[in-house]
Design a protein around this ligand. Structure first.
Ligand SMILES: [Fe+2]
Length: 195
């Protein structure tokens, strides 16, 4: 059973109303519940020899949506802090960003350009451990477009529920608030763990 993590310590986060955050936590919990329900139901159907049923196939298709909906929100919320650390310019991650993008500003420009694209989904800074390279990716919805085997370091939720309550259609303002709330110490740790 997957357990929903408690992110309520983020309430009061600058640039994010408690109302929007609480709604967002509920949505996240819904993903966790559905992952558990789907896994349980798939196991049941397998046991009942119904793995060739339409129900099995449709639930199996849906698992990627629910699972990534769960896991991406965990990365998202745990990458934010009410007392965020900025990126330490001496860190391995900062050096890698400079190496791969030219400067932090250039990385940020790319991350922002992707985030302001039309559509719902995520923008994720990924690390390709095989090639030792950082790449920003646009991800459709929760499940489409993830690069195989790459490690997610930093992700922004670009579904309308993430910003509509606080910013209406001003996605750029939400993006700014997000970037100011990123706890780079956490992101640096994700990069250095097993990298
Ligand atoms: Fe979300």
């Amino acid at each position: 059973m997957y357990q929903a993590q408690d992110f309520s310590s983020l309430l009061g986060l600058k640039g994010f109303s408690d109302q929007a955050l609480s709604l967002h936590f509920s949505l996240y919990q819904g993903y966790v519940n559905n992952v558990n329900k789907i896994l349980e139901r798939l196991a049941f159907l397998r046991k009942e020899n119904q793995a060739d049923s339409l129900e099995f196939a449709e639930l199996a298709r849906r698992l990627g949506w629910e699972f990534n909906g769960m896991r991406l929100h965990e990365y998202y919320f745990s990458g934010l802090s009410k007392n965020p650390s900025s990126l330490n310019s001496d860190s391995a991650l900062a050096k890698k960003i400079v190496q791969d993008f030219g400067s932090f500003q250039e990385w940020e420009k790319d991350f922002k350009s992707l985030s302001l694209m039309r559509g719902i989904g995520w923008v994720i800074l990924y690390y390709d451990q095989k090639e030792e390279r950082l790449i920003n990716f646009w991800i459709n919805e929760h499940q489409s477009g993830h690069p195989a085997g790459l490690k997610p370091l930093l992700n922004i939720d670009l579904f309308e529920h993430a910003y509509l309550i606080d910013y209406g259609t001003k996605k750029a303002d939400y993006l700014q608030a997000f970037l100011e709330a990123v706890d780079w110490q956490v992101i640096e740790k994700r990069f250095s763990e097993n990298s």
